[in-house]
Design a protein around this ligand. Sequence first.
Ligand SMILES: NC(=O)c1ccc[n+]([C@@H]2O[C@H](COP(=O)([O-])OP(=O)(O)OC[C@H]3O[C@@H](n4cnc5c(N)ncnc54)[C@H](O)[C@@H]3O)[C@@H](O)[C@H]2O)c1
Length: 324
Amino acid sequence: MCRSLVTGGAGFIGGYVVEHLLKEGREVTVLDNLSTGRLSNLDAVRDHPRLTIRIGSITDPILVSEVMQGQDEVFHLAAAVGVKLVADDPVRTIETNIFPTESLLRLAVQGGQRFFLASTSEVYGKSDQDRFEEEDDLQFGPTSKPRWAYGCSKAIDEFLALAYHRKFGLPVVIGRFFNVVGPRQVGNYGMVIPRFVEAALRGESLTVYDDGMQVRCFAHVSEIVKCVVGLMRCDNLDHRLFNIGSDSSVTIRDLAKRVIDLVNPELDINYVPYKEAYGHDFEDVRKRVPDVTRLQKTLGFKPEMPLEQILKATIAWKKEAMAQ
Ligand SMILES: NC(=O)c1ccc[n+]([C@@H]2O[C@H](COP(=O)([O-])OP(=O)(O)OC[C@H]3O[C@@H](n4cnc5c(N)ncnc54)[C@H](O)[C@@H]3O)[C@@H](O)[C@H]2O)c1
């Protein structure tokens, strides 16, 4: 039987990856320290006979080499995540996102595992291009601004993964996720849709940072997982690096309006300067839209669930969760 390790498997995306792999008939091990993840993300499969959950950190080398043994593939999703958490604690970001990735890659070479690395659209930094392509230049802000530590740390992970591929032939796939959303995502770490939905359901006004004209693309997590697993099952890939996300864009102001229309048209929007939310050295990116040609050519599909459907699913889930 095929065995898969999912680091960060109790996280928002990780939980869906685990469910998908179990459905495929795999034996799955989760390694998660529950720092931003929650065991409730695995509620649907918690007692599954082919699931093992190990609570611990990817920064623990002994534990990591133990859980890597006997695996056929690794989905490396564990990371310090979220713009706010990262801006607040850049040391944790760098420690969690860089060194453990290198030890996992090294062990994967020894064990012959296929390797998926979860990267992020944040690696494009503050580039102002209309659409980001995988081979575009990356453009980070200064190191004095901790906000860029997340994107830089993931860019180093990508360099490492590609180097291990070139040097040792390790079969790696890197997915640069754009905004991934859906039921079970929580708003604690600055994720915008859960934050809007939670506020709207509580009857509060929605807080939009700056002028709300930032442009983003939102994809449903189930479609993202289909892409991730699909890429890991492809033999003879022409590329190792893929943008993974929706290419249908919306401004944050329109997003807030859509949530308000769906939950309670009486609510209003409260515009707040970035410096009040993240401190005065915060910089944001105005527009972030992926070019997903490479993904679509490789898999024959791309994420395309309409935003309306995603919002309805997220609102329905949150309503139920708040009622419990
Ligand atoms: N959600 C998005 O829109 C998005 C966008 C770009 C990239 N990503 C990437 O996707 C991956 C998953 O993100 P997510 O949205 O599911 O966030 P998440 O916070 O729900 O998942 C991350 C998981 O990693 C775990 N973790 C963190 N540090 C750990 C450690 N030291 N040891 C073991 N486990 C640890 C957390 O407990 C959590 O379960 C991350 O690598 C993230 O950078 C997500």
